[in-house]
Design a binder for this molecule. Structure first.
Ligand code: GLU
Length: 314
């Protein structure tokens, strides 16, 4: 029997939803809806310094405005509560306990300066942790340790639905990575695996800025005895300045576009056209796009949003 698709959109409530978030939200939703699956909304409010409840509320309102819906989420509940990471910390601790019991976790007391000093030459594997604390004997007083995963040697491989075969030697590229920060906040890499695993998510469609993280996550799935989902990493949207769209570009927030008279149909149609689902740009209601959905026509080159792309919509 083929498993029913369970997909999700997992935004971090750290700013206003912008066109780039709408792009991944729409594609993730279309993937699920075109397969008759279950859509999950999970709020990734793991970082207490950056997350704000008002952004969660605005996000939910923006998604509804776009015409996207979900079957499970913070506002509607579902069989795998909670749908906010902030409430799921005991589950992350449980996972850490399981990894620790098998000898995969060690404390890391490195300061920023020590990390910078031990990093290999700039340019080559500069994000790789050299493993200082794997064998550290002294325990520095007055320092709270981060927790790292002992990464086993070997290549992690998977087949991305958009990018094709992906392979990474995690121990070579990133080394032992942090699973809980020194301030006690669980790392995204751990939380996302625990959440997607326990929520039975079997399709993760998200931006390709997370392509590099995926082998780390697959490793964690295996170590935790969870089944990895299918992954589809879609290209990000870039501004004309060559930078990827971010929450800092206020003028492309959905709220700002809406204020300028841009309608949800203008945005959905524009994004579907950029994804290759429409030959011409034209307004589309999200639900009308379900029958047109395909990942096959996604461009492989960066997708550029021009400054005046929405100038005539209002
Ligand atoms: N919370 C992440 C973000 O907003 C996305 C994580 C994911 O899709 O795995 O960028």
């Amino acid at each position: 029997m083929i498993n029913k698709v369970r997909g999700r959109f997992a935004p971090s409530p750290t700013g206003e939803m912008h066109l780039g978030n709408a792009w991944t939200a729409l594609l993730a939703w279309l993937y699920v809806r075109s397969n008759g699956g279950t859509m999950v909304l999970r709020i990734e409010d793991l970082d207490p310094d950056r997350s704000r409840p008002e952004y969660t509320e605005a996000l939910i309102a923006d998604m509804k405005w776009l015409g996207l819906d979900w079957d499970e989420g913070p506002d509607v509940g579902g069989p795998y509560p909670s749908y906010c990471q902030d409430q799921r910390r005991p589950l992350y601790e449980e996972a850490l306990g399981a990894l620790s019991a098998r000898g995969f976790i060690y404390p890391c007391y490195c300061t920023r300066a020590e990390l910078a000093a031990s990093a290999p030459h700039a340019g080559e594997n500069s994000q790789r942790y050299g493993g200082n604390c794997r064998t550290r004997r002294d325990v520095p007083l007055n320092r709270h340790p981060a927790l790292r995963l002992t990464v086993p040697d070997g290549i992690v491989e998977y087949n991305d639905l958009v990018r094709g075969p992906v392979a990474q030697d995690v121990s070579e590229v990133v080394g032992d990575f942090v699973v809980r920060r020194s301030d006690g906040v669980h790392a995204y890499q751990l939380a996302v695996v625990v959440d997607d695993g326990l929520m039975q998510i079997n399709n993760v469609l998200r931006g390709d800025d997370l392509l590099d993280s995926t082998p780390r996550q697959i490793l964690l799935y295996h170590l935790l005895g969870l089944t990895p989902p299918d992954f589809a990493h879609v290209p990000l949207l870039f501004g004309q300045d060559g930078h990827r769209l971010s929450k800092r570009q206020r003028d492309l927030s959905l709220a700002a576009l809406r204020q300028h008279g841009v309608r949800a149909e203008d945005i959905n149609g524009y994004l579907a056209w950029k994804a290759g689902m429409l030959d011409q740009r034209r307004p589309m209601v999200a639900a009308e796009l379900i029958r047109l959905f395909t990942l096959e026509k996604l461009p492989t080159s960066p997708i550029i949003v021009k400054d005046d792309d929405f100038a005539n919509c209002g």
